[in-house]
Design a protein around this ligand. Structure first.
Ligand code: ADP
Ligand code: MG
Length: 299
């Protein structure tokens, strides 16, 4: 296991930020830690990276206990904090060299992380001159300097514009090919884009811990968009088995919502055929993970 969290609780005064949290992350997994603001994501990440300690429970990273062996934990973990603190007056290389000294990393590694994070075209600039996307790359490069096995990234794409967002997601996916990645986000699409698995936290408690495909399939609702070649009466459509609801979105296009654990596309195709219609398009739409997330985190 790369990360083991056992019965962790943490309060700030009367505020319970984490309430008996347990989970484990296997080596090589990319896990999304998803929850609304204030759910406790950053608190857990600070515990895993030895910045703060839990009130109760145990956290083990790469086989090392965060309390009894913090140095070993720091060696095997790369951390991108939520508000990626950078020295804006330093040049990219200067900043990385400063951190390489702190981590006692060979200077040759600086060029490696610059290439790895796509910083090359901006590497001669001051950090203050960089866009938010490139600043995040500097943060990632810093986290990668000592070539850690585990990456802990706290909301790595928050505040990025859509292009930067896609670039940073791709970069994380790429880095994640040979590392364990534990990243927090409050955006469901982020998890869909990057992760194999999602752990959902709400008000300090874990409310779901599932592989992405399993999470999708527990919700046995299925939306099929179909386009026929001609008009069909609503009464006829309503008779398709397992149908929960239907909507004629435009022209001869219908959105059909089924509750079934089997693929309903063949049934829709047969229905068209039985009614003398041709099927021009038939798409099974992605189940709406955003709505699953909202269900699980509503207070
Ligand atoms: P998230 O990262 O999911 O937004 P946090 O872990 O930052 O959540 O915060 C969890 C809860 O703990 C929130 O209610 C937050 O206000 C509170 N909290 C976090 N840090 C502190 C702190 N240093 N002092 C007091 N309360 C805090
Ligand atoms: Mg946070």
């Amino acid at each position: 296991m790369s990360i083991e969290v056992k019965n962790i609780s943490k309060s700030y005064g009367a505020q319970k930020a984490l309430d008996n949290i347990s989970f484990a992350v296997k080596k090589g997994e990319i896990v999304g830690f998803l929850g609304p603001n204030g759910a406790g994501k950053s608190t857990l990440m600070k515990i895993l990276t030895t910045y703060i300690s839990a009130d109760e429970g145990e956290a083990i990273v790469n086989g090392n206990d965060v309390i009894t062996n913090p140095k070993a934990v720091q060696k095997s973990v790369g951390y991108l904090p939520e508000h990626n603190p950078l020295y804006l007056d330093l040049y990219v290389r200067e900043y990385l060299a400063f951190n390489a000294d702190v981590y006692k990393v060979a200077k040759s590694r600086i060029d490696e992380v610059i290439i790895l994070t796509g910083l090359t075209p901006e590497s001669h600039k001051k950090i203050g001159q960089l866009s938010k996307g490139y600043r995040q790359r500097v943060g990632l490069a810093t986290a990668l300097l000592h070539n850690p096995d585990v990456l802990i990234l706290d909301e790595p794409t928050t505040g990025l514009d859509p292009n930067q967002l896609v670039e940073i997601r791709d970069l994380i996916k790429n880095i994640g090919k040979d590392k364990t990645v534990f990243l927090s986000t409050h955006i469901m699409q982020e998890v869909e884009a990057i992760c194999d698995r999602v752990i959902i936290i709400n008000q300090g408690k874990i409310v779901a811990d599932k592989k992405l495909d399993v999470l999708i399939s527990v919700n046995d609702e299925q939306i099929i968009e179909v386009e026929f070649d001609y008009k069909i009466e609503e009464e006829a459509v309503a008779k398709i088995p397992h149908l929960k609801s239907y909507k004629n979105t435009h022209d001869f296009v219908w959105e059909l919502t089924f509750v079934s654990d089997k693929d309903m596309r063949p049934a829709v195709f047969d229905f068209a055929h039985d009614n003398g219609l041709k099927t021009l398009q038939l798409n099974q739409k992605n189940k709406n993970l955003e709505s699953i997330f909202r269900e699980m985190t509503k207070n």
